[in-house]
Each structure stands twice: as C-alpha cells, then as structure tokens.
Unconditional design. Structure first.
Length: 401
C-alpha cells in the first residue's frame, strides 16, 4: 500500500481513467472522491492474508451506505457502535446475523435495539451486561488486556487510563455470571488502538490476547466460539511512512490462533479498507502570510486538529516545488490547519488531501454553518456515481421544530 496507489499509474490526477479535474467541475468543491477499485483491492488483500477469518467492516470509519453495500457484496459483515450504524448497515443490505455491536456507555434502549434484531453485542463492561442480564444466549465481553497500541494517544484504546473493556480478572467473573445466568454461547473481544503499521507489534499483541483469552476460558469455564481481535490495521499517510506487512501478519496470526482451542477468528478493520481509497478535492481561495486558505477545513477533516494527524497534500494539476506553507480552511479557529504543502499555489488552484477515506466524512460537522461536502464514487468501469449529495440550507433546518 502507498499514498499514491489510488491513482492510475503515475498520473496522480486520474482514478480508473476519470479526470479528477472533471469530477471537481461537475460536483464542485469541496468534494470527497472514492475509488471502488481501491476498496476492492484492499479488502481482497486483507481476505487473502486472513483467509479463514470473518471480516466485519468498522462502520465508524466511513458510514456511507454505498461503501457498506460494496463491501457486503464482497462478503464483509459490519461492526457497529450505535443504533444508527446498525440501521445504516441493515439499509445497506447487511444481514443482522453478520453485524456486531461494540458500544460503550450504551443505554438500555440502545442495547435492546441490537438485541431485538438478533445482533451479537460486545459488552464493554459488566454494568452494561447487567442491563440485559438473563436475556441473551450469546455473550461477548470487550477485554482490556493491560496494554494499548495506537498512533496517537487519542486513538489508543487499551492499557491504563482508557474507558474501554474489562481487565482479565473482572472478565473471568463476568463470564462466570453470564454462564450462571443461562448464556451458552460466548465470544471475546479486544480493540487496543488504531493505525498500527508494525506487524510484529500487532502480532505480539494478538498473541498475548490469545493467552489472556485462554486463561479466561479455563477459569470461567466457557468456550469461545469467536475471538475478535478488533481492527487498528494502519496505512501510510505519507510516502515516508512504512507500510503494514499484512501478509506476514496474517500468516503469523493465523498460525498462532490455530494453536488454541477457539472457534473462529474475527477482525474489525475500517481504515485499512477505505482509508487510502478516498481523497478530498478543494479550491484555494487565498494565499497570504505563509497560509494557503482553502474550502477544506476542520469541519470536513478534523483529524489534524484532534490528533495532530498528517495528510499528504498536493496540487491537483501543475506541481512546481515551492516554499512550504500551511493549508487552512474556512473555520474561525486557529486549529483549523489541515497540513503542509511545499508546492507553488495560487488562488483558484485545486488541491488534493490524500488518504481521506476513513474518519473524515464520518467525523465531519456543520460548524460555522458550513455544509458537509458531496461524496462521489468512481466505479471500476470508469463511471462516477454521486453517493451522497452536498448538504444545503434545507438540511440545516430539517430537524428544527
């Protein structure tokens, strides 16, 4: 994988034969453009690396139902974090038996929404399980194995000082109680962090988790029908970033998993499938004092402001190296900085923010009265499809009473 793999060979201006300038002409800017081919390639590579595993696409990465629908057609399930994500997955054609619900701090109403549809729940705590105690035959708990692994602190979800999961000792008691309450089918879940590109570190984490799961299984007297190792598989965001060796990770993990007496392996990738399959196209509206002012702001891509995340940014057409400048948006915050660009640009030029397929639209907002952008999918046959229209003022008023 590489940050430029979405483009046709060497072009950096076309996807599946489609001119990105043409897309901007038709749909305006800002616009998020996805490559169906790239999504398919990423999913196929992942499935090849983990041939026996069940893959549940993490809807939080990008909740557009046309993307969920595309992945469902390739055999993916859906991992969800809210009733709306469940509903979006069902709308996109995912069978409820192929949906996982992995919430935290869920209300009874949220949990019953999943239960009533026959969806397996990964409970984040025993307190959460207690809301549904005695109702469910199939139970899974999220485990905090005592360590985390993520690119930034904000996306490290294991170890100390996180709100996620039960420690192993508490998990033993939780599974014992669930068994006593009449549950007869069990799974176990872990998610320790996001955007990890070191396959050796990930393998060590998975291997340690399998040992934790073995201990819990033996001490609680339960057998795990599935072991869910979460997602967190990383992608490069710049040409200097090392790629994740997914083939080696899959081979090593599958081999280690086979040494344990578990049922089947489950993965919940999101970013790895869609992250490098999307770009944002925007327009330069101003250049002054070392800043490139565009229509791509933190309302569209909050990742740089939230985590200090980095994205590769390029002019769409003419590329002449120049002084490094900071790319900003239209939001009234000094944190409204999208990244750096080292090319000459002028008012009216178009820019691309790469690797914008994950945690961009799904984390976007209408802050400062800015509408969310259109989303366009370039299909494998070279046609373009509007998969979500640009918001207009009626959307701002749609919930007002």
């Amino acid at each position: 994988m590489g940050v430029f793999d979405i483009f046709d060979n060497g072009s950096r201006s076309t996807i599946s034969g489609v001119s990105l300038d043409r897309i901007a002409d038709i749909y305006g800017t800002p616009v998020i453009v996805y490559s169906a081919r790239r999504i398919r390639d990423n999913f196929t590579r992942l499935k090849k690396a983990f041939p026996e595993a069940s893959i549940f696409y993490s809807v939080k990465a990008n909740d557009n139902p046309r993307i969920i629908e595309l992945l469902g057609g390739m055999g993916s399930g859906a991992d969800t974090a809210s009733p709306f994500e469940i509903s979006m997955s069902i709308f996109a054609g995912i069978d409820t038996g192929n949906i996982l619900y992995s919430p935290n701090n869920a209300s009874l109403r949220d949990l019953e929404f999943a239960y009533d549809r026959g969806i397996t729940i990964n409970f984040n705590s025993f307190t959460q399980y207690s809301k549904m105690r005695g109702k469910m035959e199939r139970i899974s708990f999220r485990i905090n194995p005592g360590f985390g692994l993520g690119e930034f602190g904000g996306i490290t979800t294991g170890g100390s000082n996180t709100k996620f999961g039960l420690d192993p000792d508490s998990a033993v008691l939780a599974y014992e109680k669930a068994r006593e309450d009449g549950s007869s089918e069990f799974g176990i879940h872990m998610m320790i962090g996001s955007n990890n590109r070191n396959h050796l570190q990930l393998y060590e984490a998975y291997s340690s988790f399998f040992k934790v799961a073995d201990r819990i299984s033996k001490e609680a007297g339960v057998k795990f029908e599935f072991v869910d190792i979460g997602g967190g598989l990383g992608i490069p965001y710049s040409s200097a970033d090392k790629d994740l060796d997914i083939a080696s990770l899959g081979s090593m993990t599958t081999d280690e998993f086979s040494r344990h007496g578990f049922g089947h392996l489950v993965l919940e990738p999101g970013r790895y499938i869609v992250g490098d399959a999307g770009i944002i196209i925007g327009t330069v509206n101003d250049v002054h004092n070392g800043f490139v002012g565009t229509d791509i702001g933190m309302n569209i891509n909050i990742r740089p402001a939230l985590y200090g995340a980095r994205h590769t940014i390029l002019p769409l057409s003419e590329r002449t190296e120049g002084e490094e400048m900071t790319v900003t948006g239209q939001i009234c915050e000094n944190t409204d900085r999208i990244g750096q660009i080292a090319y000459r640009v002028m008012e009216g030029d178009r820019l691309m923010v790469l690797c914008a397929g994950a945690y961009v639209y799904s984390m976007s907002s209408r802050y400062n009265g800015r509408p969310r952008p259109a989303e366009v999918m370039i299909m494998e046959d070279g046609t373009d499809r509007l998969i979500r229209r640009r918001e207009d003022f009626s959307d701002f008023l749609s919930a007002v009473v």
